[in-house]
Design a binder for this molecule. Structure first.
Ligand SMILES: C=C(O[C@@H]1C=C(C(=O)O)C=C[C@H]1O)C(=O)O
Length: 122
């Protein structure tokens, strides 16, 4: 049976665990917010790349660039003690979405960067 601590000022073990969990979850929430903001900035850049490529009739995907990025990211992951296979999967997932955006831009617009499409330009 668990001892009752009401006489001492020490918190109940359950309360200590809850506080630790809350503290860790606050950090996780901050990190998740940073990830979302960083991804949003990355997609702003890749959207501009997509428009540039469309304007100059370049293909949406660049396999050589991707291979260099994957090699670099795997090394960074290893140094940071993150599973390189996970880092590679994550990057491939993001790049696949970027390429999908680039294909849409190439199909729907003249590659302008102001968010309007060719039909709006007149
Ligand atoms: C953004 C680009 O387009 C594609 C998307 C990439 C990415 O999201 O990092 C990398 C290479 C390309 O397949 C690019 O060519 O730089």
């Amino acid at each position: 049976m668990r001892m009752n601590n009401t006489a001492s000022s020490a918190p109940e073990p359950d309360a200590v665990v809850r506080e630790e969990l809350t503290r860790l979850r606050e950090s996780i929430d901050n990190i998740d917010a940073a990830v979302v903001h960083m991804l949003a900035e990355r997609f702003k850049c890749t959207q501009q790349v997509g428009h540039l490529k469309a304007r100059h009739h370049l293909p949406p995907a660049d396999a050589q660039r991707e291979a260099r990025q994957i090699a670099r990211l795997r090394q960074l992951a290893e140094n940071a003690k993150l599973d390189p296979a996970f880092a590679e999967k994550l990057l491939n997932f993001i790049i696949a979405e970027v390429i999908r955006h680039h294909e849409t831009i190439a199909g729907n617009t003249d590659g302008n960067t102001d968010g309007s499409d060719a039909a709006d330009v007149g």
